[in-house]
Design a protein around this ligand. Structure first.
Ligand code: ADP
Ligand code: MG
Ligand code: MG
Length: 881
């Protein structure tokens, strides 16, 4: 029988799969000799079984009893012992931290008898005992019994009647316990369970079940955390921060999660328990003040934080409690951080000798780099600042103020940019936070729910803007000076400075982008960190990174961003604008002479386009794709044209009439699968030849130019052969050397890659089309029509257009790469779909042995970094951090 329960002394930090992050780290801290209240962990394995079978696995309860008995022995008190009770917390803890997602119940073991025993333990502190009891009923009712939390909150508010929570006395809490019990009875039809063992059993089940709560599912999807991991449950003996002013509870980071700077960052709340710090019941004090309150505890905490940082070799966040002058550690983990802090911390740790550069590269992600490339607010813009809150998660966000998550989702669905404004957020606001450009709260510190979740999502957040009076009911807030912002008014928030502005503030490029552009201030600390990490990623990667660029300007930018060539230069835009006329002539050509004349007119224009690009790339390879889209895309719209012709009647232009006929003739039911790509080249004589001639002439005119001619939409080697022969002849005549290769974007091409490689000198995987055709998805139709349903159903965890589908599309890529290289060992392999800039897909490309990835210019730094990370075997999963 599997072992389902581990004592804290039995686990360690590397057992996160089995013990969850919280449990594994509680075990690690225990074994480091830190003061952790004793306890044990029920494994994720038990959870998975429970969720599969709908019942606790056999043997689990017995194993729990054994560990509980041992814990009782160690503590010298028993769960439910009336005169001297052991209390425990039941805490969820999955492999990846899911802030606020899962449920925790404190003070399990209290009932009408043991509450007196607890008071006795605390030297007759009745207030503390009844406060703990009412907290149990409240948390248990809310999380285990699914009772609306507002009922409890409301009862508490009513009892307080304007008083602060510290003004409440034992009798008040005692009364509250009765009220709470009534609420439970009214809501569930049953009494609050008085049996501590039953309390514990129910809480454990509730933790297991909360794995499948809708908001947990939503968070997992957002963070790409697999749905089948399950959560562990931690049973931890209670320590009490709520037994007087010499007690308290707090959270802290070993460094500033916003800047990465070392120092003391945390919040502390006296005479409080558990969630009080983040819930914002009272204003917390900065952790530094603990030094004044209790220097011994403060010094010990500082020592522990240093020990943790050196041990984990990374920024850690912690949760702790002080019980009557004694410090207890309740949680630690490698902390979430902003993108900028991730880069800074990685190089700081290198400089401290804690990690090497290889590891530093694995400590940052392409997604974080992409975030640093976001624009920010213009420094010299005219602004109306209305207040400043805490800079909880960086970025510049502009949008209409909304005061509920429902409204945020609704307006965002209509394409509006919104800023979610709340007093504080809670897990139910997740959907609104996802929908919003940014989040603004009036309460809570850098460790509040809003701050933690926004940082995790890379969403701009300003929190704790205390000067704002937010009325969610009236859907407006008031700022100092009587400024009123109502729903729909535009505001701008700066997550890097904490500033809140009225109206729309213009945004500018980030310093990191300016650095890539070669115009940045290289003395900037962040820029230096990015530079060091990028240099090492470049030195480590095997994949080349190229750009998708169709003009000289993009090509030049791509080079500044580090592109080693162009992997996809589309030629279709070269047929647009005032050149449409020439395309129309081509389509309407009634004789070979007319057709040749049209092509001859296009050729010098194309040559000029290519010349510019070759010049910009200065001898780096440029892969040019011959025309791909169906020709009707260049012709006027059918309906418009028919209306025009109909209105003109007898007077209608002859060309319009002929055009209309052509548009009708060329109309296709499935243009994506119609007359396009190589098929056009084979059907319209001279079209491809004209393009190849333009390429050859341009390459001949630019010294060092390296052209690679790419034929799109090939499905059979026979298609490629004739086009290739014609291209070879033209190149030979012009005395220009160029590779001739093909895209692999039709499943048949992947499956017959061994044959196709006979005629192709390179393959470039066009994974957009390959994904469409492998899944049978018409991209432009399906994404809006049913992808959200598919995501919900778990058909895929992320759209296959966003991240390459390894099992299906990836398998075709693998087959084509292997078989192509069998035929032609020096076959050059690349990818030019949008996946070329997606982190996970870049890792895949590294693993299957491609030579390069090609992506849009702005994604190039991300691809460079991820290619380096792939070579250093770093994980790609965003949920791992
Ligand atoms: P979350 O995952 O939401 O952070 P936790 O399980 O960490 O939930 O519990 C939240 C808070 O409850 C902790 O930060 C701590 O303050 C308090 N808590 C949990 N277990 C105990 C305990 N055994 N004794 C005292 N406080 C506890
Ligand atoms: Mg916690
Ligand atoms: Mg394509």
């Amino acid at each position: 029988m599997p072992k389902y329960v581990y004592d804290f002394t039995e686990g360690n930090k590397d057992l996160k799969d089995l013990l969850g992050g919280k449990g594994a780290n509680l075990a690690e801290m225990t074994n480091l000799g830190l003061p952790v209240p004793p306890g044990f962990i029920i494994t994720t394995d038990a959870c998975r079984r429970f969720l599969e079978d709908g019942a606790l696995p056999e043997g689990l309860e017995e194993e729990v009893s054994r560990h509980l008995a041992a814990l009782e022995g160690q503590m010298g008190r028993r769960l439910g012992q009336a005169d001297d009770p052991l209390l425990v917390s039941v805490r969820s803890g999955a492999k990846f931290s899911m802030p606020g997602m899962m449920e925790t119940v404190l003070n399990i073991g209290l009932n009408d008898e043991s509450v007196h025993g607890l008071a006795k333990q605390a030297g007759g502190n009745e207030r503390f005992a009844w406060d703990s009891y009412r907290r149990l009923i409240q948390m248990f009712g809310k999380t285990v019994q699914n009772i609306d939390a507002e009922l409890f909150d409301h009862a508490l508010e009513e009892l307080k009647d304007g008083r602060g929570d510290l003004d409440l006395e034992a009798a008040d809490f005692r009364q509250l316990v009765e009220t709470y019990k009534d609420i439970v009875r009214a809501q569930t039809g049953q009494d609050f369970p008085a049996d501590p063992h039953q309390q514990m059993r129910m809480a454990v089940k509730a933790v297991f079940e909360s794995w499948n709560a809708p908001r947990a599912i939503l968070y997992r999807r957002q963070e790409r955390i697999p749905a089948d991991l399950g959560t562990a449950v931690n049973i931890c003996s209670m320590v009490f921060g709520n037994c007087g002013m010499d007690s308290g509870t707090g959270v802290a980071f070993t460094r500033d999660p916003g800047s990465g700077h070392q120092g003391v960052y945390g919040d502390y709340l006296q005479n409080a328990q558990g969630e009080d710090v983040v819930a914002g019941i009272r204003n917390t004090m900065p952790l530094q003040e603990l030094e004044r309150i209790d220097k011994t505890v403060y010094d010990e905490l500082m020592q522990i934080m240093e020990k943790l940082e050196n041990h984990y070799r990374d920024l850690c966040d912690i949760e702790f409690t002080v019980e009557r002058g004694k410090l207890w550690m309740l949680q630690t983990r490698v902390g979430k951080r902003t993108a900028g802090a991730a880069f800074r911390i990685a190089v700081q740790l290198v400089d401290q000798g804690l990690i090497d550069l290889d590891e530093a590269v694995t400590r940052v992600t392409g997604a974080q780099l992409a975030q640093l490339m976001f624009p920010r607010f213009a420094k010299d813009a005219e602004t109306t600042k209305i207040t400043t809150g805490m800079n909880a998660s960086p970025g510049a966000a502009v949008g209409k103020a909304v005061f509920s998550s429902e409204r945020a989702v609704e307006l965002a669905g209509q394409g509006e940019a919104v800023i979610l404004v709340r007093n504080e957020t809670n897990p139910d606001d997740l959907s609104g936070m996802i929908a919003a450009q940014g989040v603004l709260t009036s309460r809570g510190g850098k460790t509040s729910h809003a701050a933690v979740v926004a940082r995790g999502m890379g969403k701009t957040c300003v929190c704790g803007a205390e000067e704002l009076e937010v009325s969610t009911k009236e859907r407006r807030f008031t700022a100092p000076g009587g400024v009123v912002v109502s729903e729909g008014d535009v505001i701008s928030i700066d997550g890097s400075s904490g500033a809140v502005y009225l109206g729309e503030v213009p945004v500018v490029a980030s310093p990191v982008v300016e650095y890539f552009e070669g115009e940045g201030d290289t003395g900037d600390e962040l820029v230096q960190a990015v530079h060091r990490i990028m240099s090492h990623a470049d030195a480590s990667r095997r994949l080349d990174v190229r750009a998708n660029a169709d003009n000289a300007e993009d090509a030049a930018r791509a080079r500044r961003f580090g592109a080693q060539g162009i992997g996809l230069c589309r030629t279709e835009h070269m047929f647009l604008g005032d050149r449409r006329q020439l395309v129309e002539d081509l389509v309407l050509a009634a004789s070979p002479q007319e057709r040749e004349a049209a092509l001859a007119a296009l050729e010098p224009l194309q040559k000029a386009d290519f010349t510019e690009i070759f010049q910009a790339m200065e001898g780096l390879p440029v892969t040019i794709r011959l025309i791909d889209p169906p020709l009707h895309e260049f012709l006027p719209d059918y309906t418009e044209l028919s209306v025009k012709v109909a209105l003109a009647g007898e007077q209608a232009d002859d060309k319009d009439r002929r055009l209309l006929a052509a548009v009708k003739r060329l109309h296709e039911q499935n243009p994506m699968l119609g007359l396009r790509g190589v098929r056009l080249g084979l059907v319209i004589p001279g079209l491809f030849a004209m393009q190849v001639r333009a390429i050859a002439e341009a390459a001949g005119a630019v010294p060092g130019a390296r052209a690679e001619i790419m034929i799109p939409l090939v499905a059979a080697v026979q298609e490629l052969e004739s086009v290739r022969d014609e291209a070879r002849a033209i190149l030979a005549e012009a005395g220009v050397e160029a590779l001739v290769g093909t895209m692999i974007e039709v499943p048949r091409a992947a499956l017959t890659a061994g044959q196709i490689a006979e005629a192709a000198e390179f393959f470039s995987f066009g994974t957009n089309d390959l994904t469409q055709m492998t899944w049978g998805f018409s991209r432009d139709d399906v994404e809006a029509a049913f992808f959200s349903k598919y995501l919900e159903l778990g058909v895929f965890g992320v759209s296959p257009f966003e991240s390459l589908d390894r099992d299906g599309v990836g398998r075709l890529v693998r087959i084509a790469a292997e078989e192509g290289r069998k035929t032609r060992p020096d076959l050059k392999l690349g990818i030019c779909g949008e996946h070329g800039g997606d982190p996970d897909s870049v890792h895949f490309c590294h693993q299957v042995g491609l030579d390069y990835v090609s992506c849009s210019p702005f994604r190039i730094p991300v691809a460079r970094l991820e290619a380096g990370r792939a070579a250093l075997a770093a994980p790609t999963d965003s949920g791992t951090r």
